[in-house]
Design a protein around this ligand. Structure first.
Ligand code: DX5
Ligand code: ZN
Length: 225
């Protein structure tokens, strides 16, 4: 069983003082920086790119950076993110013409590759990719915006993917994104997730440490049940 990782999404951070806000979040116990990249094409919103990732590294952020690409095309931005200090790079399979090529590209550049599955994306994308991916990110909402409510049917998908990972025999992280809160994180963990992206639940509260501690308390109860 992988250690549970909390990955606050800086989409909900204060962009006018991103370095400081991210540092505060890590000091409060965040394990991983979740970095949402949107292009106003694959999703109807526009956010941040490799220059901001590099700026965070230069500011002194050393924890893993989990780059979630909601962009199309995917391949040409991968080298830039690798050079900017990305740790994980995940993308939506619908956005790549050649999925294995994109996964290989991410690996060649020294990052951990992963696929992101939207609520309606079929699991068949995993049939021939499980031997190369290091992380699967299950969207619990439709991608594009923070602050949405979790779509319940996605937990069934999470359980199915958790089983597939078990059958693969590989150590693949199972991450979830969208609508993760203190009051549902235990149910999500019980469905198989081991990495939890949360934006508004953490950055929307004044005391990041309290939220992260509350999440860890909920997760500890799952482990001991
Ligand atoms: C949505 C993004 C998420 C977003 C989650 O497309 O991929 O990472 O920041 O935000 P919350 O936790 O507020 O649902
Ligand atoms: Zn995300």
């Amino acid at each position: 069983m992988n250690k549970f990782l909390i990955a606050p999404s800086i989409l909900a951070a204060d962009f006018s003082r991103l370095g400081e806000d991210t540092t505060n979040m890590i000091a409060a116990g965040g394990d991983v920086v979740h970095f949402d990249v949107m292009d106003n094409h694959y999703v109807p919103n526009l956010t941040i790119g490799p220059m901001v990732c590099e700026a965070l590294r230069n500011y002194g952020i050393t924890v893993p950076i989990d780059v979630h690409l909601m962009i199309k095309p995917v391949d040409r931005i991968v080298p830039a993110f690798a050079k900017a200090g990305a740790t994980y790079i995940t993308f939506h399979p619908e956005a790549s013409e050649h999925i294995v090529r994109t996964l290989q590209l991410i690996k060649e550049y020294g990052c951990k590759p992963g696929l992101v599955l939207n609520p309606a994306t079929p699991l068949t994308y995993l049939d021939y990719t499980m031997d190369i991916i290091d992380v699967i990110l299950i969207m619990l909402v439709n991608p594009g915006f923070g602050g949405q409510s979790l779509i319940q049917g996605t937990l069934r998908k999470l359980r199915q993917v958790s089983k597939l990972i078990g059958l693969s025999g590989r150590n693949i992280r199972l991450s979830v994104d969208g609508g993760v809160k203190v009051d549902n994180i235990a149910a999500i963990a019980a469905s198989g997730a081991d990495m939890f992206v949360a934006g508004s639940a953490i950055f929307g509260e004044p005391d990041y440490r309290k939220v992260i501690d509350d999440m860890r308390r909920e997760l500890a109860a799952v482990v001991h049940s």
